[in-house]
Design a protein around this ligand. Sequence first.
Ligand code: CMP
Length: 355
Amino acid sequence: MSALSFSKISASLNAVLAAIGLVTVAALTTPDMTGQTRLVLEALLAGIWTAYSLQLIETLTMQRTRDVQGRTLEIAVDVLAVLVPLAAFFFARGRDQSLYCAIWLLKPLRGSTFFRLLGRVLTKEARNLIGVTSIFGIVLFGAALAAYIIERDVQPDKFGSIPLAMWWAVVTLSTTGYGDEIPQSFAGRILAGLVMMSGIGIFALWAGILATGFYEEVRRQDFVRNWQLVAAVPLFQKLGSGALIEIVRALRPRIVPAGGIICRKGETGDQMYFIVEGRVSVATPNPVELGSGSFFGEMALISGEPRSATVSAATEVSLLSLYSSDFQMLSSSSPEIADIIRKTALERRGTTPKG
Ligand code: CMP
């Protein structure tokens, strides 16, 4: 496999290789394995290492327009994935050599948009997360202190100092409850109940902050992407900024592969489509092709009648769909666009026989 053909390796194949490598590393730690099986597994690791070396060559030689941060992470992960196992091969002894291939755990980070998203959410929510973490620390210390005071005479081996009681506090506050340390006194049990309830609250806060952060970030990204798509449809260039923001929120992007059916004749239709890129074919008696900037599906949406024709993707097509409720919003915020759509529907009705 040449370095260039390896460049076509998809992110998922890359992750599959890492997964196979890590399972192999795990298998190699089992003690009663025959020498032959061990050899096969080590050969498998060598194969994956070779593939990753080719990927490193590709990463270092290809010119990319990608952002510097993403590229630095990519290069760092690729270099470590090759160099760490190589160094282990020369310098580490015996069975532990293969353990260094566990560095491939980093491979899914490479080029992953999810980890970048996570990074942005953590940065944006850092203040709130630090706040909740501080509450966690305060409750933790308070719980350990109270448990020490209440239980030190009853169980000096387990609660005889604050550091000892801290373990109980962590296990209880996180609601893990190993059960290796249990308060014996009545007051101690009441304390345990309170600590558990606080733990549930604190974890709910963490989860809430992260969920909101992810939701907002994904919405922001969707908004930016939709904005770019909407800008590509000339019809929307007539919209004022307020109406444009509303329409960007209302439109749903969709990609249909070449040959895919978008709507069928006779179906009820509650949405219309704007073509951002690509072409669709309308199966009227004299078939029509519509391209970028055009729209279709407006006839059923306006009249409430079944779809007048089947529309399919002539090429891969990028669409924005608008539901009838949002069309009402467009009609009131931008009557001139709604008029163009209505007029076009009437003209098309004149050239499309019913039934
Ligand atoms: P609708 O009837 O909802 O679903 C099929 C769509 O094909 C229709 O809306 C129009 O948008 C489109 N269509 C129908 N006839 C024509 C035509 N003659 N020229 C262009 N588009 C058409």
